[in-house]
Design a protein around this ligand. Structure first.
Ligand code: PLP
Length: 387
């Protein structure tokens, strides 16, 4: 059976070019970058090259790139490191209700330490209000953290507008953006968008699991959250994972290499999929903008009335199609998704929502088969549940 992987927001397949580079670093150029001999110097070169590739796509300085172990660590370093380094200026933080747990749980920890957090709501399409953001900012506010693309419904937050607004009110407020789902899918320029801190995860962009990036704008003060041998300028101790660092640099470069043809292609696939599945009775798409545009190119949240998400997921799996029930990252917990609650999804649909997510490796045939499978499976499952 052909495998149709439509769970790319959970994780992606490593690209062959990226894997080849990793194997070379692991088996040939395996030195410790802190070593003074030639093997160390060679390893250090991979770190430098990776930073150059990332800086080139983000249009930033190589000194502004920090390597972490994942998106979660990037988010935690940004929030906790920033709060601790700046608490003398104030103890108020702002974020949204629909963030990933990597933000929400870190914020809860900071609340336990005495910080005050304002959680912004969204409209029915999953987008925050800039007026609400403006009202939430006080003299005590030191940090605002807003995700770029929501991992469950693919809504796009107004990051450039929020950045401009925050800096207009107080240029010392630090602006963090979780770009784990948007990197490679939308254009991101931290300097143009007034972003001070930006999180990226390797395994969402066809690099392996276990590597992340935190962009830290020159001059922004954050404390480390990991202490040790002083690697990466003391900002993140631990021997640098050179194979993974080389991999994420190459993956970042490739993510923007064919951007101008790949992203329109993903939008076409999304449109085709939506047109196909919404012809089925009782099927609706969540998080689409009201202006008729399609949100993020790669995430599609689908609610199927009278069908439980897990049942649909496994029926699709029987046909070799892999999707996710809501968000894979929150399925460890049985609580209803904050994002789906925030968009006021009808209660009966909360447990009937699945996420399809595409990548550069997704083909038109994959999407055609997925639509066909949905058209076959859904009426069958309904007959079964209504018996
Ligand atoms: N932020 C967002 C928006 C995500 O979707 C995810 C993972 O799904 C993360 C953060 C966490 O990234 P990682 O899995 O690399 O820790």
């Amino acid at each position: 059976m052909r495998e149709i992987y439509l769970d790319n927001s959970a994780t992606t397949k490593v690209l062959p070019e990226v894997a080849d580079l990793m194997v070379k670093v692991m088996t040939e150029d395996y030195g410790n970058p802190s070593s003074m001999h030639m093997k160390g110097v060679e390893a250090e070169k991979y770190i430098k090259e990776s930073k150059e590739k990332i800086a080139s796509v983000l249009k930033c300085d190589t000194k502004e790139i920090l390597f972490t172990s994942c998106g979660t660590e990037s988010d935690n370093t940004a929030l906790i490191g920033c709060a601790h380094a700046n608490e003398r200026r104030g103890k108020h933080l702002i974020t949204t209700r629909i963030e990933h747990p990597a933000i929400l749980r870190a914020m809860e920890q900071l609340e336990k330490e005495g910080f005050k957090v304002t959680y912004l709501g969204t409209d029915d399409t999953g987008v925050i209000s800039l007026d609400e953001l403006k009202e939430a900012i006080t003299d005590e506010t030191i940090l605002v953290s807003i995700m770029h693309v929501n991992n469950e419904i693919g809504s796009i937050e107004p990051i450039a507008e929020a950045g401009a607004l925050i800096k207009e009110i107080n240029k010392d407020i630090i602006f963090h953006v979780d770009a784990v789902q948007s990197f490679g899918k939308l254009k991101i320029q931290p300097k143009k968008m007034n972003i001070d801190l930006l999180s990226i995860s390797g395994h969402k962009i066809h690099a392996p699991k276990g590597i992340g990036i935190l962009y830290i704008r020159n001059g922004v003060k954050i404390n480390p959250i990991i202490y040790g041998g002083g690697q990466q300028g003391g900002m993140r101790s631990g021997t640098e994972p050179v194979p993974s660092i080389a991999a994420i640099g190459e993956a970042a470069r490739l993510a923007y290499k064919d951007f101008d043809t790949e992203i329109p292609r993903l939008y076409e696939l999304k449109k085709y999929f939506i047109d196909g599945v919404t012809k089925i009775e009782g099927v609706s798409i969540n998080g689409l903008p009201k202006d008729g545009s399609l949100g993020a190119p790669h995430v599609i949240s689908v609610s199927v009335r009278d069908v439980r998400a897990e049942v649909l997921l496994h029926s699709l799996e029987d046909k070799g199609i892999y999707v996710s029930a809501g968000s894979a990252c929150s399925t460890h917990k049985r609580a209803a998704s904050e994002t789906l609650l925030s968009i006021n999804l009808e209660k009966p649909l909360l447990e009937s929502t699945v996420r399809f997510s595409t990548s550069v490796l997704t083909t038109k045939e994959d999407i055609e088969e997925a639509v066909k499978a949905m058209q076959e499976i859904i009426p069958m499952l309904r007959r079964y549940t209504r018996k």
